[in-house]
Design a protein around this ligand. Structure first.
Ligand SMILES: Cc1ncc(COP(=O)(O)O)c(C=O)c1O
Length: 392
C-alpha cells in the first residue's frame, strides 16, 4: 500500500473523456444538445431500455418519475428507510408523502413482508420507490405485489444499479421508470448527472419536457437549421437538464463500463475470499439469480467481531483506509421524522442493522494490493481489539 492509503472511492475519468470535453467546449454548443441525444441513445442501448432521458441528478430523476404519475398532492409512496436522504427528499419535492419501509434484519434490505407491513400500516399506498441497495437486485415485482401495487406505480432508484440484473431482466426497463446517477463515486462517474430510462414513449416525452421548464421544444431544436423559435408550456417543469459537456464525458466513460463492471465483480470476489472466515464479519449477499452491480461492498460488523462498527471505522482511518456507512436510516433525521409516515412501533429492523453497516473501499480503479491492504487492516483491527480485551 502506498503512503496515501486506500481511499473509499477515486473517480476514474478516461483520457477520451478529457478529449471529448475539449471538443464540446470548443464546438459552439455546450448545453443540452447533440451530445445529450447521443448519450441517451447509447445509454438506453446499454441498459436495454427503449428510451433514456438525461437529467442533472438521480434525485431529480426520481422526482420527475414520481411527478409523471400525476398522483394527488400528499399521495403515499413507499421508500426504504435505509436509503440516501435525497431519494426521500425527491418524494417530498414531488408533493407526495414518504412512507418509510423497515429493513429485514437478516438482509438489511426491504422485503415483501416489510413492504406489505408498511402499506398496511397506512391503509394502502399509491406508489413505491424500489432501491437496488449497493447494486444487489431487488425483486421489484414481488415487492410491488406485496405492497398491492401495479408495476406502472413503481419507480426504481437505480443509483447503485447500473449493471444490475433481476433474474433475466436488466435494471432499466423492469418498472415504469429506472433512475440512475452519474455522481462522482457511481459506477459511471461524470461528476454530477442522472438518467431516467423507460419503455414508455409517452413518459419519456413528458420527462423530456419537464426537465426543461415544461417547454415543448428545447433550445437545440429551436436553433437548429429548420427549427422554429416557437414553443409552449402546458405544465410546470423543473430546470434539470444535463449539459452536453457532461454528456460527452458520459459517452466516453460508457465505452469502459463493461470492463469496469467486470473489475468490480473481481474486487468483490477478492474481498469475499479473504474475509469469508473472519469471525463476526458478515459478507454482503450475492444474488442466487440475476447479477450484482457491486456499486458498494457492504459488510456487517457483528458483536462477535470484537469491536463495534464506529471503533472499526476509526481504526481503519488511522491506517489511511477510507470507509463509509450506507446509510443512516432517514427516520433518524429530524426533517424526515416530521414529514414521513413512520409506524408507531418504529422501524426496529433498520435500527438494528444500521449499527453494523460498513462500506469498504470499492471503485473500478482499486488494485489487488489495495484490497489486500484493506483486508489485512480489518484483521489487524480485530486482533488488536481482542488483545486489548485480554489485557484488561
Ligand atoms: C440510493 C441513492 N439514491 C439516490 C441518490 C442520488 O443521486 P444523485 O446524487 O445523482 O442525485 C444516491 C446518491 O448517492 C443514492 O445513493
Amino acid at each position: 500500500m502506498g503512503t496515501e492509503g486506500v481511499p473509499f472511492s477515486r473517480p476514474m475519468i478516461v483520457p477520451e473523456a478529457v478529449e471529448a470535453t475539449q471538443r464540446v467546449l470548443t464546438s459552439g454548443w455546450i448545453t443540452t444538445g447533440p451530445e445529450c441525444a447521443a448519450f441517451e441513445y447509447e445509454f438506453a442501448a446499454w441498459v436495454g431500455a427503449e428510451h433514456a432521458v438525461a437529467v442533472s441528478s438521480c434525485t431529480v430523476a426520481i422526482e420527475l418519475a414520481l411527478r409523471a404519475l400525476h398522483l394527488p398532492y400528499g399521495a403515499k409512496v413507499l421508500v426504504p428507510t435505509i436509503t440516501f436522504c435525497g431519494a426521500v427528499s425527491a418524494v417530498v419535492h414531488a408533493g407526495l408523502t414518504p412512507v418509510l419501509v423497515d429493513a429485514d434484519p437478516t438482509t438489511g434490505m426491504v422485503s415483501p413482508a416489510t413492504c406489505a407491513a408498511a402499506a398496511r400500516a397506512c391503509r394502502g399506498v399509491d406508489a413505491m420507490v424500489v432501491l437496488h441497495f449497493a447494486g444487489f437486485p431487488a425483486p421489484v415485482e414481488e415487492l410491488a405485489d406485496a405492497a398491492g401495487l401495479a408495476m406502472s406505480r413503481v419507480v426504481e432508484d437505480a443509483a447503485h444499479a447500473l449493471g444490475t440484473w433481476v433474474d433475466s431482466q436488466q435494471v432499466g426497463s423492469i418498472s415504469r421508470a429506472a433512475c440512475f446517477s452519474f455522481y462522482a463515486t457511481k459506477n459511471l462517474p461524470i461528476g454530477e448527472g442522472g438518467m431516467v430510462t423507460t419503455n414508455d414513449a409517452e413518459l419519456a416525452g413528458w420527462i423530456r419536457r419537464a426537465r426543461l421548464h415544461g417547454m415543448s421544444a428545447d433550445a437545440w431544436r429551436r436553433y437548429a437549421p429548420g427549427g422554429s423559435w416557437q414553443y409552449t408550456v402546458t405544465e410546470a417543469g423543473l430546470k434539470a437538464n444535463l449539459s452536453d459537456v457532461s454528456a460527452a464525458i458520459g459517452r466516453a466513460q460508457l465505452r469502459y463500463l463493461d470492463l469496469w463492471q467486470h473489475r468490480r465483480s473481481e474486487i468483490a470476489d477478492r474481498y469475499s475470499a479473504a474475509l469469508v472466515d473472519v469471525p463476526g464479519l458478515e459478507l454482503p449477499p450475492t444474488p442466487v439469480r440475476g447479477r450484482h452491480a457491486w456499486h458498494l461492498y457492504v459488510v456487517r460488523v457483528k458483536p462477535g467481531f470484537g469491536s463495534d462498527r464506529d471503533a472499526l471505522v476509526e481504526r481503519l482511518a488511522e491506517r489511511g483506509i477510507g470507509t463509509s456507512v450506507h446509510f443512516i436510516p432517514v427516520h433518524h433525521m429530524p426533517y424526515f421524522r416530521s414529514v414521513a409516515h413512520i409506524p408507531r412501533r418504529g422501524l426496529p429492523g433498520a435500527d438494528r442493522v444500521f449499527g453494523e453497516l460498513l462500506s469498504l473501499p470499492m471503485h473500478q480503479g482499486l488494485r489487488d494490493d489495495e484490497v489486500d491492504a484493506v483486508c489485512a487492516a480489518l484483521m489487524d483491527a480485530r486482533i488488536q481489539t481482542n488483545q486489548l480485551e485480554v489485557v484488561q
